[in-house]
Design a protein. Structure first.
Length: 254
């Protein structure tokens, strides 16, 4: 099957300049999220690390484009976008839905491009082999938004904006569906190491489910547990970014 031509300008956002030859961190948003979620990450890690945030179709400036219905399809498209970025050390970071997508992109990079990421960072998501039966995407609009509010993934003021909700609900529902219907297909473990971030009160992931990411790599894994729920990372950004920077620069020449 022929892969459609990819317009990388639509898919990627690079908000801050980076040093020549800097390692790249590709960031993949959560359900209903967008590339702008990672603007603070880019600002904090620049210029030592080049942060490339992925913008999924169907939101913000891409809101008129068709939504991508599932994790495998989305991962294949993102893989085609980031394949050229392997000319430098490359790491992947995904939160929630983005963690599943990042994992599948890493598998494709290793299998189809012969490129082993320097590290996979995953946040707010149980290991691929730890499946749950979830049906939030089948709820009516009020039920879906109640779950979004419960997880605190979207600013309360925005959730009260009817115009925003009318535009955002299709992408939120689509992303929930993609995350909840994702089914891990067993295969060879990754060679790259995995760093796992999780909240100790995350209703979507237990500490045990997060620790199970270690089963998906031969490169070693580590688990960092923080106080908080599903979006613990907004409260613990400095510690998380410090870990990312340390892992990405370890062993690199000054």
């Amino acid at each position: 099957m022929t892969t459609p031509r990819i317009d990388r300008g639509l898919w990627t956002r690079t908000y801050h300049p980076a040093d020549p030859g800097a390692a790249r961190l590709v960031c993949l948003p959560h359900a209903g999220g967008s590339a702008t979620f990672f603007f603070p990450v880019s600002r904090a890690l620049s210029p030592g690390i080049e942060v490339v945030a992925i913008q999924y179709p169907g939101r913000q400036d891409r809101r008129r484009e068709p939504l991508v219905p599932g994790v495998p399809e989305l991962a294949r498209l993102v893989f085609e976008v980031v394949r050229p970025f392997t000319d430098r050390p490359l790491a992947l970071f995904g939160h929630s839905l983005g963690a599943s997508v990042a994992f599948e992109v890493a598998r494709l990079l290793e299998r189809d491009a012969g490129a082993v990421p320097v590290r996979l960072f995953v946040s707010g998501r149980r290991a691929p082999s730890r499946h749950r039966q979830e049906t939030v995407h089948l709820l009516d609009d009020a039920g879906l938004l109640a779950d979004v509010r419960r997880l605190s993934g979207t600013d309360a003021a925005i959730l009260g904006d009817e115009d925003f909700l009318r535009m955002a609900l299709p992408s939120i529902r689509n992303d929930y569906r993609a995350a909840e219907t994702y089914s891990y297909v067993p295969g060879p473990p990754l060679a790259c190491p995995i760093t796992v971030f999780t909240g100790d009160d995350d209703p979507k992931t237990t500490t045990g489910e997060a620790a199970a990411w270690g089963e998906h790599t031969t490169g070693g894994s580590e688990l960092e547990v923080f106080a908080g729920g599903h979006f613990f990372l907004t409260e613990h950004q400095p510690e998380i970014l410090r870990t990312i920077a340390e892992r990405m620069t370890a062993g690199r020449p000054d």
